[in-house]
Ligand binder design. Structure first.
Ligand code: ATP
Ligand code: SF4
Length: 261
């Protein structure tokens, strides 16, 4: 399964609203800007926000002879996207499915999308550890070059939840690539001064304690919030921002052969 994908990255968070979809999309956009072929699979069945963030909300996926054809962000087809959101009439439609139906939809997402050859497949998951995660983990355990990035915010309560994610990954045998701390201070768009609104450094200390690589701290930047809905990469639109620098560093870590399995 997924043998045409060089690297699969699951993006996980213990809590909702920590910016997991923002991190997944900026990661995908940064990799695309660097010339990689990328797939972004949104399996947040209850709150699929990737089509909105990438400004692809009114697009439809089509069934080809070999499965679903993803929606492409660019005409060069460097970033393909698949989301349950493409199958709903509106973003506000709730998917109220029981476990078995969710499980079979996720299996279809993993098996029946014609991605073509990909350098990276990024999988945006729902928050927490639910049926969806168990299905994904069971299906991906055998896939070489599969790992998870954990996203958290600096507050203690979010860190506690990410600790549970670490245990979950270790129990299910998924390699943890690293932790990203999002909303780590507020970067003023005028003078670039960064103010710690919450406590800071929680993600880094959890990474140190758990012996997991710490990949970077992304500040709250209102300009990044505004990129959501437009499908624009911070590395291209805000090249001088801290966010751009951090995503560049994160992608360097992912593409450096000495840091991968
Ligand atoms: N670094 C940031 N700077 C500014 N705004 C941000 C940042 N990260 C996320 N946001 C904003 O916070 C909100 C929540 O982000 P996002 O949807 O990515 O979170 P999530 O963890 O995926 O949520 P969910 O639990 O619903 O899946 C969005 O409005 C997003 O634009
Ligand atoms: S951080 Fe700098 S630019 Fe932003 S409000 Fe304060 S002084 Fe003004």
């Amino acid at each position: 399964m997924l043998d045409y994908v060089k690297q699969v990255i699951l993006v996980l968070s213990g809590k909702g609203g920590v910016g997991k979809s923002t991190v997944s999309t900026q990661l995908a956009l940064t990799l695309k800007e660097r010339g990689y072929k990328v797939g972004l699979l949104d399996i947040d069945l209850c709150g699929p926000s990737v089509p909105y963030i990438l400004n692809l909300e009114n697009q439809n996926v089509h069934q080809g002879p070999d499965g679903w054809i993803p929606v492409y962000l660019d005409k060069e087809q460097r970033l393909g996207v698949m989301s349950i959101g493409f199958l709903l009439n509106s973003r506000n439609d709730a998917v109220v499915w029981r476990g078995p139906k969710k499980t079979s939809m996720i299996k279809q997402f993993l098996e029946d999308v014609c991605w073509q050859e990909l350098d990276f497949l990024i999988i945006d998951t729902p928050p927490g550890t639910s049926d969806e995660h168990i299905t994904v983990m069971e299906n991906l355990r055998q896939v070489p070059h599969c790992g998870a990035i954990l996203v958290t915010t600096p507050q203690e309560v979010a860190i506690e939840d990410v600790r549970k994610e670490v245990t979950f990954c270790r129990k299910t045998g998924i390699r943890i690539i690293g932790i990203i701390e999002n909303m780590s201070g507020y970067e003023c768009p005028n003078c670039s001064e960064c103010t710690n609104i919450f406590s800071s450094g929680g993600g880094k200390s959890l990474a140190d304690i758990s012996k997991i690589p710490f990949m970077g701290s992304v500040p709250i930047d209102p300009r990044v919030g505004k990129l959501a809905g437009q499908g624009l990469a911070a590395v291209k639109e805000l090249p001088d921002s801290t966010t751009s620098r951090i995503f560049t560093e994160i992608v360097n870590q992912l593409t450096d052969p000495t840091t991968s399995d």
